[in-house]
Write a protein that binds this ligand. Structure first.
Ligand code: 13P
Length: 287
């Protein structure tokens, strides 16, 4: 088992025009399902936790321990990056203290100058401990754990300034949104992605990766996106498989109500989804 920061993995991805998946964990089953998929595909994986999911599970330390101990018990050998997703200033500092491999400081809702100053501070604290940092410019649309973004496009000048602080990966709004995409969604803005990728070498991050048509994801990766964030897609597969189990009356057969049985189809469905997404991203195997 190897826990690593994201520097080499995402730099190589940007150079190689492929991406590495960043999957949100929500509990023990999610953690196992993601680790299992990465191990079966023999690819590096980033497991991330939002502030809300960490609160739901306990705290940041608990989540890190859960991921590390599951990886140990499961005999995971592929590189794993433990990452904080959309952290505010306090959460980023707490996860740096707790020894995460990587943290996102999301200062997009702050006045730009304050985002700059705070991102710089987080970079200094994190890099002193060999921890990678993701920053954000231009809000990602939709709602995630109470963080609501309007989905505007990242300003290229602002993105350049944030990248120049030495952040290791950069989330930029390019029309992407968290959660399900509405039927009238206009698609990713490739013109803005090109403008950003032309002047920024930092690996770029595509948030709201669930539900974007495959060809758009692949095109974005070819243009400079190296980290693709996925949460909703796994939630939907888990819910659909669990619904199927219950609707088939399986929970009423024998001890089908036992959570170890009841949650198994959903957990397997997450593994299948993660494996399918890894294929889309073109992540090469570490062997
Ligand atoms: P989705 O839930 O839309 O996949 O977004 C995940 C994400 O971007 C986490 O930061």
């Amino acid at each position: 088992m190897s826990f690593v920061n994201g520097n080499e993995i995402f730099t190589a991805a940007r150079k190689g025009h492929y991406a590495v998946g960043a999957f949100n964990t929500n509990n023990l089953e999610w953690t196992r399902a993601i680790l299992k998929a990465a191990q079966e595909k023999k690819t590096p994986v980033l497991i991330q936790v939002s502030m809300g999911a960490a609160k739901y599970m306990g705290d940041y330390k608990l989540v890190k321990t859960l991921v590390e101990e599951e990886a140990r018990v499961m005999g995971i050998t592929v590189p794993v990056i433990m990452h904080l997703d959309h952290g505010n200033y306090e959460a980023a500092k707490e996860c740096i203290e707790a020894g995460y491999n990587s943290v996102m400081f999301d200062g997009h809702d702050l006045p730009f100058e304050e985002n700059l100053v705070k991102t710089k501070e987080i970079v200094a604290l994190a890099h002193a401990k060999n921890i990678s940092v993701e920053a954000e410019v231009g809000s990602i649309g939709g709602e995630e754990d109470g963080i609501i973004g309007a989905g505007e496009l990242a300003d290229v000048e602002e993105a350049k300034q944030i990248a120049a602080l030495g952040v290791d990966y950069l989330a930029c709004g390019i029309g992407n949104i968290h959660g399900k995409y509405p039927a009238n969604w206009k698609g990713l803005n490739f013109d803005r992605l090109k403008e950003l990728a032309d002047v920024i070498d930092t690996p770029l991050v595509l948030h709201g990766g669930s539900g974007i048509p495959q060809e758009q994801v692949v095109k974005a990766i070819k243009m400079g996106v190296s980290k693709v964030n996925i949460n909703t897609e796994c939630q939907l597969s888990f819910a659909a498989a669990t619904r199927k189990y219950v609707e088939a009356g399986k929970d009423l057969e024998g001890k089908g109500y036992d959570p170890r049985k009841l949650l198994a189809p959903g957990t397997d469905a997450i593994t299948d989804t993660v494996k399918e997404i890894i294929d889309w991203l073109g992540t090469p195997s570490v062997d």
